[in-house]
Design a protein around this ligand. Sequence first.
Ligand SMILES: Cc1cc2nc3c(=O)[nH]c(=O)nc-3n(C[C@H](O)[C@H](O)[C@H](O)COP(=O)(O)OP(=O)(O)OC[C@H]3O[C@@H](n4cnc5c(N)ncnc54)[C@H](O)[C@@H]3O)c2cc1C
Length: 425
Amino acid sequence: MLSKLLRPARTLPSRAIYARSFSASPIARGVQEITRPAIDTPLSLWNFTEEENMIRETVAKFAQDVIAPKMRDMDEREEMDPEIIKGLFDNGFMGIETPTELDGAGCSFTSAIIAVEELAKVDASVAVLCDVHNTLVNTVLRLYGSEAIQQKWLPGLATNTVGSFCLSEPNAGSDAFGLQTTAKKDSDGGYILNGSKSWISNSAEADTFLVFANVDPSKGYKGITCFVMSKDMGVQIAKREKKLGIRSSSTCVLSFDDVKIPKENIVGEIGKGYKIAIEILNEGRIGIAAQMVGIAQGAFDHAVTYAYQRKQFGKYIGDFQKMGHDFAEAAIKIEAARLLTYNAARLKEEGRPFTQEAAMAKWYASTIAGEVTGAAIEWAGGVGFTRDLPLEKYWRDSKIGAIYEGTSNIQLETIAKLLRKQYIS
Ligand SMILES: Cc1cc2nc3c(=O)[nH]c(=O)nc-3n(C[C@H](O)[C@H](O)[C@H](O)COP(=O)(O)OP(=O)(O)OC[C@H]3O[C@@H](n4cnc5c(N)ncnc54)[C@H](O)[C@@H]3O)c2cc1C
């Protein structure tokens, strides 16, 4: 649907065009100068292209019409409805940035971020499925895959095949480059994969897997290489996790037992997998921030609507001053998280440094998603604690934001390191 509706060419907003640049004065002794480009017509972060607005509208409608009626049941059963996955593909939401020549929608990164936010307002599990698929799997293949790899794998990923991103292992979480999965060179020039991956999102539904393995453990992280493979090449699902939140999103342990992979399936350069993982997770984090913004907004919308339907002491509970002030504080936090997220997305699109801003967006959005969803339960009183309202689900779903694609501590570590660089001469 998107690919038919949207213009094929990606158009950046005019704010991306800079007329001149200047250097800000150092604000303190020893502080490095930070170059900030100037633009002729500064615009707010609430400016979107026509296609981005259209994506927001179509994803929001899909989420309300198709996902909302199934969301509670999927959470109870801990399973994703295949009809929803089909709907994501049929509407073009699974190849948002994939070029139209490869059957994608050819849209901007911000479009993908908007899609994740809108899906998470209704169901964070569907949001993460779409997020991992677009911002990790498709993007790795688009940015680092050879022409042949892109032609072979991207059309399927845009139209009918779910993808998984396999980096984490039982002994390699925050320290992902300590991974132990090996890919030993075979006599025919291919590789033999052995090892195990843990916490792999989408893996129960996926047929395409990006797997990070070490081709030469003696080189440490400089042996890490990215491979693309299909399930039938030998991906085994060893265990499906039972989780607190995002329960209909599958999270599995995978094992690889002497799996043969042709050398044509190497994505990017041999030994450069660590670089791919770092770069891709830097931008993937913006997607998780968007997921958290969506979760917070979804819980807020449900709880505040309820507060203006429920009466106590003869008036709507939302009309008590303390309740109104709580809503105001939560709205400020959601807006701040959203703007951090949009800003990081635009910086990335404009080709400017965004690592610090992405880490800030993810840390802050995860933090406030936990706060706002927790408060939303309390605003609804006893019914907020039951499954009659989805508030308890939003709260459970929010918890993952501080864990995957780099824990909150790791985000703070990234920000602290980058700050140190700015302040040290
Ligand atoms: C539902 C779910 C889905 C996931 N999906 C995927 C996926 O699709 N693909 C994938 O590859 N991985 C995935 N992951 C893995 C996820 O990225 C890791 O769980 C995460 O990076 C944390 O690793 P860990 O669980 O081993 O925790 P650990 O690294 O053991 O961390 C435990 C605690 O120690 C703290 N800690 C660790 N190191 C430091 C440090 N240097 N400084 C301060 N504190 C530190 C952490 O902040 C955390 O609080 C998923 C995880 C979950 C739970």
